[in-house]
Design a protein around this ligand. Structure first.
Ligand SMILES: Nc1nc2c(ncn2[C@@H]2O[C@H](COP(=O)(O)OP(=O)(O)OP(=O)(O)O)[C@@H](O)[C@H]2O)c(=O)[nH]1
Ligand SMILES: [Mg+2]
Length: 395
């Protein structure tokens, strides 16, 4: 599972990334601060069953008052500019870092204070950035396909290899699934027996549809704190059907830093924070926290956690399940309560969970127990979000 951050330069991608991961990342108010991708671990949040079961859990990560933090890998890349595929800006080769991404968050400066080149400006219409970003992503995909298309098509036409198999094999880095291919072939109505005869336009159409399916995208409308941002957001919401979450990455970063320093109590995603009693805050810090409070009061949250959660739970349709060893006490072998929280695709089975925990456990799987009902479940039993499962193995 990997979440990729994309967007024009200077929109706040690295600020968003730093807020999520608290990694040491450079942020500046000029374009192309990021050149090499920043990688880190962020979190999605979900309701932990510990609250409902009235137990105190011992998570391998973190659980704050019933909010469980489940790690997800995150990637922040360089800014993308129009015509990057022709080498402008930093080009689009760096997008290859995003091959592994399962979902993208497009960080957009909704205030209109950054143009498509990442230069500070005023009154810029952010809608243009949605169009060009998608276009550049399509060119990136198209290039990847075109590079291999000759070899790929001759293996099908001359060696009678299967289209789906070959596509999965040759483009495995793009995380394409069989289902993605089938749906795209159906939609584009292209003849998969003769890919060598596809026109450039056919390849482009195929690449674009696959890009949309394999890299679903949500927009983080960042810098919502700045004047004009809310009006732009309203206009944008009418013009696009992409999911948009208003964000203030700067506020989220300020809160997480203050929380790390023990100055505030704040659970990411929440609508409020408390200043820890007895802490002397400098005027500057007080001012910053007042600014953050204004954002939370107005928008309900900074939007950062919501954008990450929605990308994983809504766009990728993931669920969280909890494997345990002891079905009565919800513990692992060492007595830790609800230690692991595992992200799985919706529709995953008990056996899929076993494989996810460890391939040996998957191989030795003979059944499982749904701990809430106490009932035995089989390999094909579909799991639900929040399920706590004991896996049974033959050894
Ligand atoms: N007002 C405001 N400024 C923000 C916000 N988020 C980021 N910024 C500022 O925007 C500027 C660019 O931030 P970065 O995080 O470096 O942007 P980036 O998209 O990673 O930029 P590149 O790496 O150059 O592509 C910095 O001055 C940040 O402080 C926000 O929510 N509100
Ligand atoms: Mg950056």
């Amino acid at each position: 599972m990997q979440v990729g951050l994309v967007g024009a330069p200077n929109t706040g991608k690295s600020t968003f990334m730093k807020a999520c991961t608290l990694a040491d990342i450079e942020i500046n108010n000029y374009p192309f601060t990021t050149i090499e991708a920043n990688r880190g671990v962020g979190y999605v949040t979900t309701d932990c069953p510990c609250k409902e079961l009235e137990v105190s859990c011992d998570p391998n990560g973190r659980c704050v008052d019933g909010t469980r933090f489940v790690p997800v890998k995150m990637l922040d890349v360089a800014g993308l500019v129009p015509d990057a595929h022709q080498g402008r800006g930093l080009g689009n080769q760096f997008l290859d870092d995003l091959r592994e991404a399962d979902v993208l968050i497009h960080v957009l400066d909704i205030s209109g204070r950054t143009d498509a080149e990442g230069e500070p400006t005023e009154g810029y219409d952010p809608y243009g950035n949605i169009e060009f970003l998608e276009r550049e992503l399509d060119f990136w995909y198209e290039d990847i396909f075109k590079r291999e298309w000759k070899k790929f098509s001759s293996s099908i036409e001359l060696e009678s290899k299967d289209f789906e198999e070959q596509l999965l094999e040759r483009f495995s880095g793009l995380k394409i699934s069989r289902e993605d291919i089938r749906k795209v072939v159906k939609e584009t109505k292209l003849d998969t027996d003769i890919p060598g005869k596809w026109s450039e336009e056919d390849i482009r159409k195929f690449a674009t549809e696959l890009r949309k399916r394999t890299k679903p995208m949500i927009i983080a409308a960042n810098k919502i704190d700045l004047p004009g941002a809310e009006e732009n957001l309203e206009r944008l919401q009418k013009r696009t059907d992409v999911d948009i979450v208003p964000c203030c990455a700067e506020a989220e970063l300020a809160l997480r830093n203050a929380s790390k320093q023990g100055k505030v109590n704040y659970t990411p995603g929440q609508s409020k924070f408390d200043i820890v009693g007895g802490k002397d805050l400098e005027d500057k810090e007080k001012k910053a926290l007042d600014f953050v409070k204004g954002i939370l009061d107005r928008h309900g949250s900074t939007g950062v956690q919501e954008a990450v959660n929605r990308s994983v739970f809504d766009l990728l349709d993931m669920i969280v399940v909890y494997p345990v060893e002891d079905e009565n006490r919800y513990t692992d072998k060492s007595g830790n309560i609800l230690p692991d929280a595992i992200l799985l695709e919706k529709g995953s089975t008990a056996e899929d969970l076993a494989y996810k925990v460890h391939s040996d456990i998957g191989e030795d799987f003979i059944g499982a127990i749904d701990t809430r009902s106490g009932r035995k479940i089989g390999a094909n039993h579909t799991l639900k979000n929040g399920d706590i499962v004991k896996i049974l193995t033959e050894k």
